[in-house]
Design a protein around this ligand. Structure first.
Ligand code: NAD
Length: 480
C-alpha cells in the first residue's frame, strides 16, 4: 500500500521531523500504511497556506455557483470511485462493506447538497425607517479547522468540509491517526480537480500534537470538532484563548423508547441495527433500550435471538458485526462489560470472539445487559462497542425520566402507534434529533444534527450548517 503524505498548499509533504505513525487494519492487526507524524511546525505551514489563499480572495471571489460546481465534481468523482472508497473505509475502520458503501453514499450527498447550496446563502433586508435601507450579508469566516474522529472518517470530513468550502472558506483538516485513508483519497480528488492551492490542506498526526497545534493556532477562525467529550472540552479551552467559535459534535447514550403498541418486527430490526452498526462504534448508536415493563420479555426474546444470529467477522466479508478498532478500545469495552456484570444481568455476549485467520483482530460478541439500574456506568456512559443496556418503565412519565437521565442528548428513537404520545415525548426529550418509528431517517444529510447537553452544540448537516462557516454583517444605508 502506498505511503500517505500530508497535503499543504497544493503540495504533498512529509512531516518536517520525518516521523511516521503506523496505520493498522482492525480486521487482523496487519500494517496497512504509514502517515506522517505532523506536529506544530507542519500545522503552522498548513494554516499559513490556508490564510494566504483566503487573503488572496481567489476562492471567495469566484461566483458562488462555480464553487458549487467544483463540489459537484468531487461528488461525481466519488461516485465513479465508489467501490474503491467503500473498500478503503472498510479496510481502515473495520466496518462491514455494506456500511462502507452507505458512508460513501452519504459523503457524496454532502458534496451534492452543499454544492447546490453554495449560491443560496442569502442575507435579509430589514425595515428601519423611510430613507434607509438596511441589509445583511453572510461572509466566510476565513480559515476553518476540522478535527476528525476515527469511526466515520469519510462522512465526517465531507459534512463539514463541503459546507466550509461552499461558503468560500479555506480549510485545514486533521484526520484521525487511526483512519486516514479516505481523507487522503478526498485530498487527491481536490488536487486533481484543480481546487486552488491552499484552499484545502490535510495534516496527519496525533491529536495532542497536530490536533492541539491546529486548535490553538491564532489564524484559525472556526473549529469543527467531532470526537469524545474529554477532547471536546480541551478543544474548547484552546479555542477560548483565541476567542474562536467551535462546533462540537460529541458522544451519545441514545435511547430507543419502545411501547407495546409498536410494530414489533420493524422495531426489533431497527433497535438491533442501531446498536450493532459499526460494531457500536457510532456516536448515535442506540445503546439504551427503554421498554415498557409488561412488554419487555416478549420483545427482548426477539432481540436476543437476532443478536445471536449475527455474523461476526472481517468487514470485507460483509459480516454483520466487524472488529473493534484496536486493543485500546477493546480493553476499554471489556472493562466496562466486566464492571457491568455486578450492576445488571448479562443475557447474551460479553466476550471476545476469535476469528480464524484474524487472530490479531478484536471482535466482541454483541452484548445485552438487562435489569440495569439507570444510574450505573453501563446505563450512563458511552461504551462505543456492541453493548445494549435495557431499562424498563411503567408509564410515559417514567420513560421520559429515563430517556433524559444521562448527560448526553444526541438522538432518541420513539416506537409507538399512538401519535399523541409520540409527539408529547418528542417535545420533552432532551435530544438534538428525534425519530418516531424510525431511526436515522435514511441518513438524510438535509437534517440538522447535533447534541443537547454534553453531546455538544452547534449543528451540522442541513442548510443551517452553512451558517457555522459564515459571519453576518449588517449594512445600513441612508439616502442622501
Ligand atoms: P477523540 O476525541 O479521541 O479524537 C477525535 C479527534 O480529536 C482525533 O482526530 C484526535 O486525534 C483529535 N484529538 C485528540 N486530542 C486532541 C487535542 N488535545 N486537541 C485537538 N485534537 C485532538 O475521539 P475518537 O475516539 O476519535 O472518536 C470517538 C468519539 O467521537 C466518540 O465519543 C463518538 O461518540 C464521537 N463522535 C461524535 C460524532 C457526532 O457527530 N456527534 C460522530 C462521530 C464520533
Amino acid at each position: 500500500m502506498e505511503r500517505i503524505q500530508m497535503y499543504v498548499n497544493g503540495t504533498w509533504v512529509e512531516a518536517k521531523n520525518g516521523d511516521v505513525i503506523e496505520v493498522k487494519n482492525p480486521a487482523n492487526g496487519e500494517l496497512i500504511t504509514t502517515i506522517p507524524r505532523g506536529t506544530e511546525a507542519d500545522v503552522n505551514e498548513a494554516v499559513r497556506a490556508a490564510r494566504s489563499a483566503f487573503n488572496q480572495k481567489e476562492w471567495v471571489m469566484i461566483k458562488p455557483h462555480e464553487r458549487g460546481e467544483l463540489l459537484m465534481k468531487v461528488a461525481a468523482k466519488m461516485k465513479n470511485e465508489r467501490d474503491e472508497l467503500a473498500k478503503l473505509e472498510t479496510l481502515d475502520v473495520g466496518k462491514p462493506l455494506t456500511q462502507g458503501y452507505a458512508d460513501v453514499d452519504a459523503a457524496i450527498r454532502y458534496f451534492e447538497f452543499y454544492g447546490g447550496a453554495a449560491d443560496k446563502v442569502m442575507g435579509e433586508t430589514i425595515p428601519i425607517e423611510d430613507g434607509m435601507i438596511d441589509y445583511t450579508v453572510r461572509e466566510p469566516v476565513g480559515v476553518t479547522a476540522h478535527i476528525i474522529p476515527w469511526n466515520y472518517p469519510i462522512q465526517i470530513i465531507s459534512r463539514s468540509v463541503a459546507a466550509a468550502i461552499a461558503t468560500g472558506n479555506t480549510v485545514v483538516v486533521k484526520s484521525a491517526e487511526d483512519t486516514p485513508m479516505t481523507a487522503n483519497k478526498m485530498t487527491e480528488y481536490f488536487h486533481e480537480l484543480g481546487l486552488p492551492n491552499g484552499v484545502f490542506n490535510h495534516v496527519t498526526g496525533y491529536g495532542h500534537e497536530a490536533g492541539a497545534a491546529l486548535c490553538s493556532h491564532p489564524h484559525i477562525q472556526h473549529i469543527t470538532f467531532t470526537g469524545s467529550v474529554p477532547t471536546g472540552k480541551t478543544v474548547m479551552k484552546l479555542a477560548a484563548e483565541n476567542v474562536v467559535p467551535v462546533t462540537l459534535e460529541l458522544g451519545g447514550k441514545s435511547p430507543n423508547i419502545v411501547f407495546s403498541d409498536c410494530d414489533v418486527e420493524k422495531t426489533v430490526e431497527t433497535v438491533v441495527r442501531s446498536i450493532i452498526q459499526n460494531a457500536g462504534q457510532t456516536c448515535s448508536a442506540g445503546s439504551r433500550l427503554i421498554i415498557e415493563e409488561s412488554f419487555k420479555d416478549q420483545f427482548l426474546e426477539k432481540v436476543v435471538s437476532k443478536f445471536e444470529s449475527l455474523k461476526i467477522g472481517p468487514g470485507i466479508e460483509d459480516s454483520d458485526v466487524g472488529p473493534i478498532l484496536n486493543k485500546k478500545q477493546f480493553d476499554r469495552i471489556l472493562g466496562m462489560i466486566d464492571r457491568a456484570k455486578s450492576d445488571g444481568r448479562l443475557i447474551t455476549g460479553g466476550e471476545r470472539v476469535l476469528i480464524k485467520g484474524c487472530e490479531n483482530g478484536f471482535y466482541i460478541k454483541p452484548t445485552i445487559f438487562d435489569e440495569v439500574p439507570y444510574e450505573c456506568e453501563i446505563a450512563q456512559e458511552e461504551v462505543f462497542g456492541p453493548v445494549l443496556t435495557v431499562l424498563t418503565f411503567k408509564d410515559e412519565e417514567e420513560a421520559l425520566k429515563l430517556a433524559n437521565s444521562t448527560d448526553y442528548g444526541l438522538v432518541t428513537g420513539i416506537w409507538t402507534s399512538n401519535i399523541n404520545r409520540a409527539h408529547k415525548l418528542a417535545h420533552s426529550v432532551e435530544s438534538g434529533q428525534v425519530f418516531i418509528n424510525n431511526y436515522g431517517a435514511g441518513g438524510g444529510v438535509q437534517m440538522p444534527f447535533g447534541g443537547y447537553k454534553r453531546s455538544g452544540f452547534g449543528r451540522e448537516k442541513g442548510f443551517i450548517a452553512l451558517y457555522n462557516y459564515t459571519q453576518l454583517k449588517n449594512i445600513a444605508i441612508k439616502f442622501q
